[in-house]
Design a binder for this molecule. Structure first.
Ligand code: ZN
Ligand code: ZN
Length: 360
């Protein structure tokens, strides 16, 4: 049973809508400001940190060597072709010479020694040519090996030049991330501080719905505009910030709870007539209907029957924990009623002073 007047409910709802509207407007205003402010910083590219002069030198040297290598490969092909044809020339000439020599010994003519010498010399010459071609091939192969070696060196140099850019690039990146974060922190931290102060000091203010809208906005700014921009440093910062937030939350909730318990303790020590005045009418009606003592906030009666206060098991007139008077009887007709009711629900006579616990 709710004792709050209906307009109060609508008023509360309207105030929440007001808070939501205010926070939405502030969020959009904030987004507009953020889009106009260069928070993203300049883009950093790795190329900015490469020694381009050195890299160009290495690249052109590599290109030169590659062209040279191509040319030498072609030359080797030609030289090998030449060698093969020289080998064939020599082999043919030698075979025909041997045949000729055999024929000559068969016919027994020894008179042409000069011709033998001449032909043998011609064959020697061919052999010489063949050796020259072979040497040509070997020389070219040696050159190719040298070129390949220097190409490997140059490529290693190029890799080293590119790798040298890594460290300064990462450093600049980290610095940029930190800069962006600090800038956002500078914008968000004041909002959070103001929101925290409002939440602690201005709960009872007439303008609380407006302040509440501001607090929602500050929380949104914190989680959307700041948290995603936390520098990671391998995840350390995120976890540390998370732990700090949890500690802060634990600190404030424990303190709030301690304060609440202290308040309740003080209330319980006061005389019951004073306690009654301190409890709001609507709150008291609502709590008793839910089987919660409005004085000590502890449940009374059997939990399974808490829905209906008039069940036999829950017919407790005084709080079993603090002795607070929950139900009393009408002085006129004797009907059992919630002790906070201002009129008897049965006969309509205004309720008198509620019976108080003799010990309370
Ligand atoms: Zn109680
Ligand atoms: Zn009555």
């Amino acid at each position: 049973m709710k004792a709050a007047r209906r307009p109060l409910f609508w008023y509360g709802l309207a105030m929440w809508i007001l808070s939501a509207v205010i926070s939405t407007l502030l969020i959009q205003l904030g987004a507009l400001i953020m889009s106009d402010v260069p928070t993203a910083g300049k883009r950093i590219a790795k190329d900015d940190f490469v020694n381009t002069a050195k890299l160009d030198t290495a690249a052109s040297a590599i290109a030169q060597n590659e062209t040279l290598l191509d040319r030498k490969s072609g030359e080797i092909e030609d030289a090998r072709f030449m060698l093969r044809s020289r080998e064939l020339d020599y082999a043919n000439q030698r075979a025909s010479f041997e045949n000729w020599v055999k024929t000559r010994s068969a016919t027994g003519s020894n008179s042409q020694n000069a011709e033998v010498i001449e032909r043998a010399q011609a064959i020697e010459l061919l052999k010489l040519e063949e050796r020259k071609a072979a040497r040509q091939v070997e020389d070219l192969q040696q050159e190719v090996v040298t070129i390949n070696r220097s190409l490997k060196d140059l490529r290693g140099q190029r890799t080293a030049i590119l790798a040298a850019a890594n460290a300064p690039f990462q450093k600049a990146q980290r610095r940029e991330v930190l800069k962006v974060f600090l800038f956002r922190l500078a914008l968000t931290l004041p909002l959070l501080l103001i929101a925290g102060w409002l939440a602690m000091k201005k709960r009872q203010s007439t303008y609380w719905p407006v302040y509440r809208g501001f607090i929602i906005f500050a929380l949104f700014a914190f989680f959307v505009e700041l948290v995603p921009y936390l520098p990671s440093y391998g995840g350390y910062v995120r976890y540390i910030v998370g732990i700090l937030l949890a500690l802060l939350l634990a600190h404030f909730s424990t303190r709030g709870m301690a304060r609440y318990l202290q308040k309740k303790q003080n209330e319980e020590n006061r005389p019951e007539t004073e306690k009654r005045k301190a409890i709001a009418y609507e709150t008291a009606i609502k709590k008793i209907s839910e089987c919660i003592c409005p004085s000590c906030d502890r449940p009374f009666g059997a939990p399974k029957n808490r829905k209906s206060v008039n069940d036999a098991e829950t017919k407790v007139d005084f709080c079993v924990h603090c002795g607070f008077c929950l139900f009393n009887s009408c002085e006129n007709c004797g009907q059992r009623e919630n002790s906070f009711y201002k009129f008897c629900g049965s006969c309509g006579v205004p309720s008198g002073t509620p019976a108080t616990n003799p010990q309370g």
